[in-house]
Design a protein around this ligand. Structure first.
Ligand code: ADP
Length: 345
């Protein structure tokens, strides 16, 4: 009988609750115990009442709610071995032998780091007299499964991440509202959206709202004119938005406003797509826990061509990092090839 710990970590995304709900209910129906770990890795490091056994009814009403009800955090302590040692202690004390983590590439890397230190952490805890060898015995293997919750859709090896479509909907609604007022006053609007080094939200929103122009990190303005020289200097997104505003105001004499959508694009209700995606992937995450052996690499649950997939987590994280690096050194072709091996201009 598996005892599964579930946590959400890093930036929250709409649909994370649906993933938690699916994991809890499928785990229970498969005869497993399931524990909600509150505030991401904070809960794992601190233990106590931040780890709570969940029953079927504990996730009632979860599907329709944005954000993550079990909380999320950026946890410094978990980046240190000492924090992960405490995490191992709390897992043993709660009997947890599998971990399902829903988060971005940072969170999934953290989970894999924990697994790579297993069972060394247990030996250390025994040596320090914090747990007994008998307590450690059932925990020889740690199973880790990743679910990708991110509005940015910035993870390799999956077509879409949990929350990205909800966020896109929200952006489109906001842009539609802005368009109405823009039209009334013949104003130009520069709209800044999230996505870090992935232009998916910006590009899809631009297409869906009929934007005149879109700036994405994968294709910044060509570097052989002064405008892009200036863009390079004003690398930060906000500065870029201000710059475009100036350009529109001065050259075209357009009354121009900059709107930064900020966290409204992240915080809303999950759309049906994200609820379904998170539910199907949550089901698969529990199945992956039950299939796992000590020598299978930690899997990440994704989706490709409408089929739920299960691929090595660190391979996906590695590819994601390579894409980000290629973009930061302005090798955009390489970035696109890494994202899509069949890519051609
Ligand atoms: P995201 O999961 O959205 O990419 P972060 O990169 O902030 O967000 O990661 C979330 C948390 O995951 C961090 O606060 C930290 O606790 C943990 N984490 C991230 N990277 C590592 C790592 N290399 N080793 C251990 N823990 C990590």
């Amino acid at each position: 009988k598996k005892r599964i710990g579930m946590l959400t970590s890093g930036g929250d995304s709409p649909g994370m609750n649906a993933a938690v709900r699916a994991v809890v209910r499928v785990a229970i129906s498969r005869g497993c115990d399931v524990y909600a770990i509150y505030e991401g890795y904070e809960g794992l490091v601190n233990g106590g009442d931040m780890i709570k056994k969940f029953g079927w009814a504990d996730v009632r009403g979860y599907l329709a709610i944005g954000g993550t009800l079990i909380g999320s955090a950026r946890c410094k302590a978990f980046r240190e071995r000492e924090g992960r040692l405490n995490s191992a202690y709390n897992m043993v004390k709660n009997g947890i032998d599998a971990l399902i983590v829903c988060g971005g590439d940072g969170s999934l890397t953290g989970a894999d780091v924990l697994r790579s230190e297993w069972p060394g952490l247990l030996d250390e805890l025994i040596k320090e007299g914090r747990i007994t060898a008998e307590e450690a015995a059932p925990h020889k293997h740690l199973t880790v499964v990743g679910l990708v919750g991110s509005i940015d859709n910035d993870m390799s090896s999956t077509d879409i991440t949990i929350g990205a479509v909800s966020s896109l909907h929200r952006i489109c609604e906001a842009v539609d509202s802005i368009s109405a007022t823009a039209l009334s006053h013949s104003r130009a609007f520069v709209i800044e959206v999230m996505g870090r080094n992935c232009g998916w939200l910006a590009l899809m929103a631009a297409v869906s709202t009929g934007a005149d122009f879109v700036f994405i990190p994968e294709r910044p303005p060509a570097s052989d004119d002064w405008e892009s020289e200036m863009c390079e200097i004003l690398n930060k997104h906000r500065k870029l938005a201000d710059y475009i505003k100036e350009l529109l105001s001065n050259r075209m004499k357009l009354d121009t406003r900059v709107t930064t959508l900020g966290h409204t694009q992240r915080g809303g209700k999950p759309c049906s797509f994200d609820r379904n995606l998170a539910t199907l992937q949550g089901v698969e995450a529990v199945h992956a826990v039950l299939r796992a052996t000590s020598d299978t690499p930690s899997p990440m649950i994704g989706v490709r061509q409408n089929k739920i997939t299960c691929e090595p987590l660190m391979k996906a994280v590695g590819l994601t990092r390579q894409v980000a690096e290629a973009i930061s050194r302005k090798d955009f072709r390489r970035a696109m090839e890494l994202r899509d091996p069949e890519f051609s201009e």
